[in-house]
Design a protein around this ligand. Sequence first.
Ligand SMILES: Cc1cc2nc3c(=O)[nH]c(=O)nc-3n(C[C@H](O)[C@H](O)[C@H](O)COP(=O)(O)OP(=O)(O)OC[C@H]3O[C@@H](n4cnc5c(N)ncnc54)[C@H](O)[C@@H]3O)c2cc1C
Length: 425
Amino acid sequence: MTWDFSTEPEWEQQLEWMRAFMRERILPLEALHLDHKTFLGAIVPLQDEVKAQGLWAAHLEPEHGGQGHGQVKLAQMHEILGMSDLGPGVFGNQAPDSGNGELLALAATEEQKERWLKPLLAGEILSAFSMTEQGTGSDPKQFKTMAVREGDEWVINGVKWFVSNADRASFHILMAVTDPTVHPYEGQSMIIVPTDTPGIEIRPLGVMNDPTASGPIHDHCEVHYRDVRVPYDNTLGGEGQAFVLAQKRLGPGRIHHCMRWIGVAQRAFDDMCERAVSKSVHGARLADHQFVQDFIAISAAELSASRLLTLHAAWKIDQVGASGARKEISMIKYHGAKVMHDVLDRAIQVYGSLGFSSDMPLAEMYAYARAARLYDGPDEVHKATVAKLIAREYEPVDIPTDHIPTRRAAALEQYAHLFDVVAVQ
Ligand SMILES: Cc1cc2nc3c(=O)[nH]c(=O)nc-3n(C[C@H](O)[C@H](O)[C@H](O)COP(=O)(O)OP(=O)(O)OC[C@H]3O[C@@H](n4cnc5c(N)ncnc54)[C@H](O)[C@@H]3O)c2cc1C
């Protein structure tokens, strides 16, 4: 199949609008280091402009208030939003709300949609996805949090870990064991748990770029559920469906992260090049020293490769759906995260101590990049997936011990006439 990443001129104009909007309206907000509450207030008028432009929650289908754009267009859009981690919230596709919105659109009952999806899409409430338990994120078969049915209620006990937004969200989508007698893939369910339900205790965790857990975007929390009671009707998509739903949620969600990472890496790359042509040491511009030329050349190639891999994965999802593009999605998950990480590392190096200071955005972006190699599946898990899928494309062959001599003898026989010609001459 021929790859085709082209989009119509009207969309190009929208992309231009987004670039200018990000540069002129959103990047200045970064320098204010707002707390979360002030940030949410400050972006309301910006969100209204995005809605008026017809770009709000573009990842969703039109019946849920989105634009129904294919993944290629979303890739182009998310690269621009990725310039700043403040961008997605202004455009209505901030994780984990974006993935949770997709999940509710996919599996919620009409009542659940009315109560949770509608206000979530309108940007009136926030949500959390409560899945990981400490040290088990890579192997969800080990989850221990239990939900036991008592009459019309679930009674939930357990501890979840690194739940983004847990204390700011109105509800959590919780993944819990509901039938320990069957295989874990069939024995876990997703349950909607309102955050103000008695028995929930939340501890925000300090992290690399937010040691006091007070940043503007979201924090990450340990969540204790002790005898938490919610209606059985809060089950999402049917009992035992958690793994199926998690795969559907994480596939497309992942690629939106990867699209944004290109924007992060591009911004770091632009900063690095600007610095390299602006500063001189030992009689020459940084850009004329070979070490820095190596940084620039390698980063440019890696960035282009990452963008093309991402566009290709997006295009493949548009052609065959997310499950048919598993290999491509996993490939950009580890490749994109590593490229973003490495380009940022080089950009900080070129800036020296200024790059490491909070007078520049690079240190903050670097911590963001470091986390990307862990969440939504660490590098190693996605590499293993890609390797397994590729290995399935190959058949075993017999390799006799005299493989090379046998092949050489066969080749000599096939091309004997070449040697005849040589002999005659
Ligand atoms: C910023 C951030 C936000 C997050 N937000 C959420 C959220 O909202 N909700 C939520 O539920 N979770 C969230 N997480 C948790 C995230 O999903 C987990 O960190 C991730 O799945 C890895 O799980 P773990 O941390 O338990 O690491 P572990 O499972 O303990 O893995 C540790 C390491 O073991 C190695 N490893 C694991 N598996 C393999 C393998 N198959 N082969 C080789 N090596 C392997 C890898 O090096 C891996 O990094 C978030 C994490 C971060 C960093």
